[in-house]
Ligand binder design. Structure first.
Ligand code: BGC
Length: 735
């Protein structure tokens, strides 16, 4: 039995909202020790210490799960931290994701309970005997010097504060929800030094770390007793070079530090910030060396790399990587800075393909998918955000994360268990759409749209943040008909379910018939007699081609190309953008795909790069060419969704693809698409089989291709229409 189950949940005798609490227990270790193991978790987030030394390096433990049903605990080997004789174990507990005051939306997650700790320390002596120190009412409790903490608000640390110590209170709380650590630990990663110390035109003192990131700042807190030091974290300066915090909405993103007179190295423990810049108040004689920004995210293994001859493209790729770092903090989030930071399903499904090439995200997503299954409604509905912090769900392209994410894990890493495990959730989601699509209101029946295979019910986000509403660059939902998108995703999710079922050897005939019916209904409803799509947007054409819905690929392809030419640029939002370049490549428009990729003017992927972006922007128009910002209501500068283009860099610019029907790079087809504007491209992915790499380099009168094939993989290259068989190891072809 896990020892932690024999311990009790402990809370403070009196709850003071916003404060962090300290729980501690002194104990003796009176015999030579063989090993010591700590199992620990909390309601809220904890940091544990043994004899003043931090236990482990997990930041914001125990992580974020669907707390009603699943609460992770961590197990640490603490043998080296135990002393002979007197010892003390201490743990500080802050509010974390469980109790924070999110200023927007209903706060269904704010629990009626209070921050609490549960822990079990097991000492095993050399003589084979054991001593167990469990949390119980013999532990002491006090208030922390962190007198205020909140995920969105930040932290206040009062170095003068001295708390009374009282007995902690043991209380009953369900223990069957405790599960061992499932995800990656969250850890401190890159450490960045200030690039610039600025005095803004409005006379604010600002440090620029040169990189938008998620984490916090470690700094030397110096000052006289009761001096207050305030740090405000933010992402961008406005066009005049002044501090801009409006896009944080109601998130404060501050640290307040009250000095005792004694200098201390300080960093927050219970929160994180999304920032590139910090504004300093109360600091005297600022020395940039006293500040270090620390990136904090899930400790995934980096496996992918990309580089080309175009520095802007390389910066775009770096921005995608930083977007993943900043938004893979235990759950895949939309953004790390404003009063949101939630596990938005739509964002995760558009980004998972490139995410799985950049890093090994198998462990990270398995945990999140378990939370998704835990949140799934009886009726199969998938909530908009996982863990669900507000009611709302069942939307197209968002809920479809339930089929897209497990399928992508299987494609990238080849474990059938990911499909087996998630198949019930995938099936329930498709059944949910089927029921919702069939259930029409009287008005819909009256309008004649009662076909049960058209998903024209429910509320959807449309092609989120697309640019095709004429004369309005701030509209959120784009011009593509929502029901059209919903029906397209109904077909796509059903297709993925069929594929998953077939891998698992299930009879999928019922769903194949369903798929045929959806495609038939789609064609009747949305395709003109000349083969063009009635919904005349880039995203509508992209989905028709990508999901195999159009009966006339050529007509739809021409429609898409003419829409791009009409605007002279992309107009797609979250739904169309991830597939846009892939679809153009499939229809033989590689040069046009490169035109869009390498375009520098607004709107494009490189436009933000030309504006100095160091992460992906949420909107194409985050900061317009005239320097004005898009609406602060929805304008994050670290939102990974448009970074989905990264998978085209690996799979088309560098040409690393898998043969259809195969997974985990077991059967490779290298099919790089060169472009005259680039002289070289190279990419690699460290797979379970070994390194897969592709490179092309243009020399005066020839192009040299180099492909690396891991042991045990089959591989061929398709170059200029010819197929070449490749061997294990490094292959060079000159054309
Ligand atoms: C989030 C998005 C999300 C969207 C749903 C926003 O507030 O930041 O990324 O997908 O809501 O429409």
């Amino acid at each position: 039995m896990d020892k932690i189950l024999s311990a009790s949940f402990l809370k403070a005798p009196k709850y003071k909202e916003g404060a962090a609490f300290v729980f501690s227990k002194e104990f003796e270790s009176d015999k030579p020790i063989k090993s010591a193991t700590l199992q620990i978790s909390s309601l809220g987030v904890y940091v544990a210490y043994l004899n003043g030394q931090r236990v482990g390096d997990f930041i914001l433990a125990p992580g974020w799960t669907v707390y009603e049903k699943r609460l992770q605990y961590q197990t640490y080997d603490v043998t080296d931290l135990i002393k002979d004789g007197k010892n003390i174990i201490t743990a500080e507990v802050g509010r974390g994701w469980r109790f924070h005051k999110r200023p927007q939306h209903a706060t269904k997650h704010i629990k009626a309970d209070e921050p609490a700790l549960i822990a079990s320390l097991c000492l095993t002596y050399n003589d084979g005997s054991e001593a167990i120190i469990n949390t119980d009412s013999t532990w002491k409790s006090s208030e922390s010097k962190t007198v205020y903490n909140d995920m969105y608000g930040g932290e206040t640390y009062d170095d003068n504060f001295v708390s009374e110590e009282k007995s902690a209170v043991a209380f009953p709380h369900p223990k069957e929800i405790l599960i061992p650590q499932e995800g990656e630990k969250v850890a401190e990663k890159e450490r960045l030094k200030p690039q610039r110390l600025i005095t803004t035109p409005e006379c604010d003192t600002v440090i620029d770390f040169g990189q938008n990131l998620t984490g916090y700042v470690e700094f030397k807190a110096k000052g006289n007793k009761n001096d207050e030091l305030v740090i405000t974290h933010f992402e961008v300066l406005d066009k005049n070079g002044n501090v801009y915090t409006e896009n944080l909405r109601k998130a404060k993103q501050q640290v307040r530090y009250i000095c005792s007179g004694e200098e201390k190295l300080y960093k927050p423990s219970f929160t994180f910030y999304g920032f590139r810049f910090i504004k300093l108040e109360g600091f005297k004689d600022v020395n940039p060396d006293d500040f270090t920004a620390i990136a904090v995210y899930s400790d995934m293994k980096r496996i992918g790399h990309f580089e080309s001859s175009d520095p802007l493209l390389n910066r775009l790729y770096e921005n995608i990587i930083w977007g993943q770092r900043g938004n893979f903090l235990d759950v895949p989030t939309d953004c790390p800075q404003r009063d949101e930071r939630l596990g938005w399903t739509g964002d995760a499904q558009v980004f998972i393909r490139v995410a799985s090439m950049n890093y090994d995200v198998s462990t990270f997503f398995r945990k999140w998918l378990n939370d998704m299954a835990a949140e799934q409604g009886e009726d199969g509905r998938i909530t908009h955000v996982i863990p669900a912090t507000f009611d709302g769900g069942g939307s197209a392209a968002w809920g479809d994360a339930a089929t897209i994410c497990p399928w992508q894990l299987y494609l990238s890493y080849g474990n059938k268990e990911d499909l087996e495990h998630n198949f019930p959730m995938m099936k329930k989601w498709v059944d949910y759409i089927r029921k919702s699509a069939a259930h029409k209101s009287l008005i819909q029946c009256f309008k004649g749209s009662r076909n049960p295979y058209l998903w024209n019910t429910g509320k959807h986000f449309g092609d989120w943040l697309a640019l095709d509403i004429e004369g309005d660059d701030e509209d959120a939902r784009g011009a593509t008909d929502h029901d059209y998108i919903a029906t397209a995703f109904f077909a796509y999710s059903t297709e993925l379910l069929i594929k998953a079922g077939e891998v698992l050897g299930k009879d999928m005939s019922e769903y194949k018939a369903l798929h045929e019916n959806i495609v038939k209904a789609y064609r009747e409803e949305y395709v003109n007699p000349d083969g063009t799509i009635k919904i005349n947007t880039q995203t509508a054409c992209v989905l028709a081609l990508k999901f195999g819905l159009t009966p006339d690929r050529e007509a739809t392809a021409n429609q898409l190309v003419s829409l791009i030419r009409k605007y002279g640029h992309l107009t797609t939002g979250f739904v169309g953008t991830p597939y846009l370049l892939h679809v153009l490549t499939d229809i033989g428009e590689v040069e046009l795909a490169y035109d869009l990729l390498l375009r520098k003017e607004y709107p494009s992927w490189l436009y933000p790069v030309t504006q100095g972006a160091t992460t992906m922007w949420e909107r194409w128009n985050g900061q317009r060419p005239d320097g004005s910002f898009a609406t602060p209501g929805m304008n994050s500068f670290n939102h990974y969704a448009y970074g989905a283009v990264g998978d085209w860099l690996y799979s088309t610019a560098a040409g690393i693809t898998m043969r259809d029907g195969t997974v985990a790079y077991e059967d490779l087809i290298f099919k790089p698409q060169t472009d005259k504007r680039l002289t070289f491209v190279k990419a690699s992915i460290e797979t379970a089989r070994g390194t897969v790499a592709s490179e092309w380099r243009r020399e005066t009168d020839k192009t040299v291709y180099t492909f690396t094939v891991p042991a045990g993989s089959k591989a061929e290259a398709v170059l200029e229409g010819k197929t070449y068989k490749l061997n294990e190891g490094v292959n060079t072809i000159t054309l």
